[in-house]
Design a protein around this ligand. Structure first.
Ligand SMILES: NC(=O)c1ccc[n+]([C@@H]2O[C@H](COP(=O)([O-])OP(=O)(O)OC[C@H]3O[C@@H](n4cnc5c(N)ncnc54)[C@H](OP(=O)(O)O)[C@@H]3O)[C@@H](O)[C@H]2O)c1
Length: 259
């Protein structure tokens, strides 16, 4: 029997935009109760309003900076005021900053990528596990990337960060063996969200070019995969899922239409 997500407690990090916001809306349509975190609380509140309209019986928001242990611990203390059990944890907060080769790259860009994509996942998981280990069938879904599988020029730190996310997922899968807690990674390729705007530090024209002439994945495509993985029967664990748009045959082979 598939897992019924209605009334399940679902925590999504990075729910203010892109995959996280789409995941919040998608779990809301399943009737899940939501705990949404990100740094931009005004954006989270707008997502929660949409989630309520879409059918979530409870959509709660709280500021969260996964790059700070203190913020993660405060967030999870707040979560514990709402529920003593977590059914789904979506570790989605993260992204890329810059596309400089190592020779020119900046410390602050590396630090952002390691703090969010790597340490953020570790911190959130450590803080949430006490709410999950006595709840067999609960699910941790980490958002990785095709970049964690294949390196590309200018992506050294981002590829390293997402490769680390993959290894964290695999280590957790082993550590949680016997608890019934499921752990998996959903690894998208090119998807049009605010990802490239963040990577190019607000240069929207440059960001748009990334998707020129292709039909990229959408945030909703990834949200559907999250729903599918979380709703498998408790004895089924989706360990890894690599999802690319049809136009992206490989990281360096993207079919672009010219008008
Ligand atoms: N789009 C793609 O092509 C693609 C492909 C593969 C993997 N991914 C991964 O998918 C995930 C989501 O990205 P997206 O494409 O949806 O991009 P996005 O639209 O830029 O969303 C990123 C989310 O992460 C949050 N975030 C960033 N730093 C944070 C921090 N320190 N603490 C808490 N939240 C933080 C942002 O919220 P605030 O700014 O409000 O904090 C935002 O909600 C990321 O892990 C990204 O690396 C993206």
């Amino acid at each position: 029997m598939p897992t019924n997500l209605a009334n399940q407690w679902v925590l999504v990090t990075g729910a203010s935009s892109g995959f996280g916001a789409a995941a919040a809306r998608a779990f809301a349509r399943e009737g899940s109760k939501l705990l949404l975190g990100a740094r931009r609380v005004d954006r989270l509140e707008a997502v929660a309003t949409e989630a309520n309209k879409a059918g979530s019986p409870a959509a709660h928001v709280h500021a969260l900076d996964v790059a700070q242990t203190k913020s993660v611990n405060e967030f999870v203390a707040w979560v514990k005021t709402k529920t003593d059990r977590l059914d789904v944890l979506v570790n989605n907060a993260g992204g890329a900053k810059g596309i400089d080769p190592v020779a020119q790259a900046k410390d602050e860009d590396w630090e952002f990528m390691m703090q969010t994509n790597v340490l953020g996942v570790l911190r959130m998981t450590r803080a949430c596990l006490p709410l999950m280990v006595n709840n067999p069938g609960s699910t941790i879904l980490n958002i990785g990337s095709i970049a964690g599988h294949v390196a590309y020029e200018g992506g050294a730190a981002y590829c390293a960060a997402k490769a680390a996310e993959l290894k964290i997922t695999q280590a957790l899968r082993l550590e949680l063996s016997g608890t019934g807690v499921r752990v998996g990674t959903i690894d998208p390729g090119l998807a049009e969200t605010e990802f490239s705007i963040v990577r190019f530090k607000g240069d929207t024209e440059r960001a748009k070019k990334v998707y020129e002439g292709i039909n990229p994945l959408t945030a909703e495509d990834i949200a559907e995969a999250l729903i599918w993985a979380a709703s498998r029967p408790p004895h089924v664990c989706i360990d890894e899922m690599l999802i690319k748009c049809t136009d992206q045959a490989a990281i360096h082979k993207v079919h672009r239409r010219t008008k």
